[in-house]
Write a protein that binds this ligand. Structure first.
Ligand code: NZQ
Ligand code: ZN
Length: 394
């Protein structure tokens, strides 16, 4: 039987070339009286997107304060700063202008303002949030899907722990998605984003459930679309249509659509990668690419039919004489795709060389963060994680 499910995707999406013209009206619609515009290190200023956002709020006479400086693997210290600023300025709406890191930092600030005590408690499994300030997003990179997800991932830079916290309260009220905004991205970020988009659906697609046909077909369609348009962007980064396909795929890949009817999602590659982000500050999508092949080879024996279907339907591999050969061809085809778009297929290519002791530490932290084994295709315990990290070293 298919698993019962709840699909909740309340974010109003305003998509397209002129979508940013609606920012002021969207914020006003939320009844905001004072807004925190939250953004990253420098791209929002350099590209003029921040100015457009400010102009949009001014046009509606909406008061705002600004806090930039969010870095990839967004840091707890800036979240604390944002909470203080919002309390001091009586901010009642947070507008994130950026990608997953900025949106996640905005969500964490939203939790911190709306709840008593230390916001890190939520990420450290100590307690649950009761509320969150309303959040809106102006997306500038297609990747994490935070603009429609209920997740939020923050790094405690003092301990090197990168932790996620999820609740529907943090889901964005609206997301403004202008694909043109992503044309200023460095290639590495575009491609890391594409890997992350693929992975959000792959983490749901590889499971031990009795899957709904519709969900599988949507997932496969999404993955094929991302493969195709990422290849187009690899040749021509200014292709608007490809930028648009990727942007919409990024949201649909992580808003729950591709896990409807799935009993339990895997997400082990994500859990393993988050530890790399916490310890080595690597780019999320690139870290996923570096680990996925080893994860896949480690677990594929436990879900052969899924891996065969993936090889044939998504990677376009011909069925071989044995399932094992088809599966290996499918995994290799994905790794070849990573190479084609200059993404790493090992930790060495990712630019890190964890020692045995560091791998032991990564695995211990990962098991702690999961509260037990990671994933469902094969539940991975610390010893399994150590093997995967070690094999992924390259
Ligand atoms: O800081 P700036 O200068 O803006 O530069 C950013 C950053 O260096 C740059 N960038 C963004 N838009 C740009 C641009 N550069 C030029 N032009 C533009 N239009 O891109 C870099 C990466 O930005 P970031 O926000 O970190 O990217 P992404 O969206 O991939 O977010 C990654 C974070 O999201 C988390 C990841 O773990 C990571 O911390 N995730 C969040 C999830 C969620 N909340 O649902 C799910 C994901 O699985 C993921 O874990
Ligand atoms: Zn991800």
């Amino acid at each position: 039987m298919y698993s019962d499910f709840l699909y909740y995707a309340p974010t109003k999406v305003v998509f397209g070339k002129n979508s940013d013209q609606q920012i002021g009206a969207l914020v006003k619609e939320q009844g905001a009286t004072k807004v925190l515009i939250h953004y990253g290190s420098e791209s929002a200023v350099r590209t003029g997107v921040l100015q457009r956002v400010e102009d949009a709020l001014c046009a509606e006479q909406i008061a705002y304060v600004k806090l930039g400086g969010v870095v990839p693997n967004p840091r707890l210290s800036l979240v604390y700063e944002g909470i203080e600023l919002c309390k001091k300025e009586q901010v009642d709406f947070v507008l994130a202008v950026g990608g997953g890191s900025v949106i996640d930092s905005a969500k964490a600030i939203g939790y911190g303002v709306a709840n008593e005590g230390d916001v890190w408690d939520f990420y450290d499994f100590k307690r649950k949030a009761n509320a969150c300030l309303p959040i809106g997003a102006v997306l500038t990179i297609s990747a994490a899907g935070s603009e429609m997800s209920g997740s939020c991932v923050i790094t405690n830079e003092k301990t090197g722990e990168k932790r996620g916290y999820s609740s529907d309260m943090s889901r964005c009220k609206f997301a403004v998605m202008n694909p043109e905004f992503t044309m200023t991205l460095p290639k590495y970020q575009t491609m890391s984003g594409a890997v992350d988009i693929l992975m959000h659906t792959m983490e749901r697609y590889f499971n031990q459930s009795d899957n709904m046909e519709l969900t599988d077909v949507i997932a496969e369609g999404l993955m094929c679309t991302v493969l195709k348009h990422t290849r187009i962007l690899n040749q021509n980064p200014n292709d608007y249509k490809a930028r648009a396909e990727l942007m919409w795929a990024g949201s649909l890949s992580h808003n729950g659509l591709t896990s409807c009817g799935v009993e339990k999602q895997d997400f082990a590659t994500h859990k393993l990668e988050h530890e790399l982000g916490g310890m080595f500050d690597v780019t999320h999508g690139a870290g996923l690419a570096a680990l996925w092949g080893m994860w896949a080879r480690y677990v594929c024996h436990a879900a052969p039919a899924r891996f065969v279907r993936f090889a044939v339907e998504v990677m376009g591999v011909c069925q071989m004489e044995t399932d094992a050969d088809t599966i290996e061809k499918g995994i290799t085809a994905m790794e070849d795709f990573y190479r084609e778009i200059e993404m790493p297929t090992s930790l060495k290519e990712l630019g890190i060389a964890p020692t045995d002791a560091q791998i032991e530490e990564l695995a211990a932290r990962c098991e702690k963060a999961c509260g037990g084994p990671a994933g469902v295709v094969v539940p991975l315990y610390k010893e399994d994680m150590i093997k995967i990290y070690t094999q992924a070293r390259g």
